[in-house]
Design a protein around this ligand. Structure first.
Ligand SMILES: [Zn+2]
Length: 111
């Protein structure tokens, strides 16, 4: 049985520690036998709540201060207890980079 990279979706070898496409550490997601995360179900509402705050702040900073938005995005993308926070984290990282690039290009045309 094969597994996939949680960051970029690349197909991985079962024994892979790092994704060969994006280079991220995937060792925490290995071994389908260790279902520690899945049998927790949808408990721990407090964790979700704090992620929601970080998600909102991440989106706000991604537009205002991309560097700080990027930090929030990385923080969220590395939350192993919440796939939703992970997904938002990746979205925030993408937005922050886009805003950063746009502001950089804009500053070039200002002079
Ligand atoms: Zn990957």
């Amino acid at each position: 049985m094969s597994k996939f990279c949680p960051f970029c979706g690349e197909k991985l070898l079962d024994e892979a520690k790092f994704c060969k496409n994006c280079g991220k550490d995937v060792s925490a997601y290995s071994a389908p036998g260790t279902g520690r995360n899945s049998d927790r179900g949808y408990s721990v509402p407090t964790v979700e709540k704090s992620h929601t705050l970080a998600t909102v702040l991440g989106f706000v900073f991604a537009f205002l201060i991309p560097l700080i938005g990027l930090i929030f995005g990385i923080y969220l993308a590395t939350r192993n207890d919440s796939p939703k926070a992970k997904r938002y984290g990746i979205i925030i990282i993408v937005i922050a980079i886009i805003v950063w690039v746009i502001s950089f290009i804009t500053s070039l045309f200002m002079y």
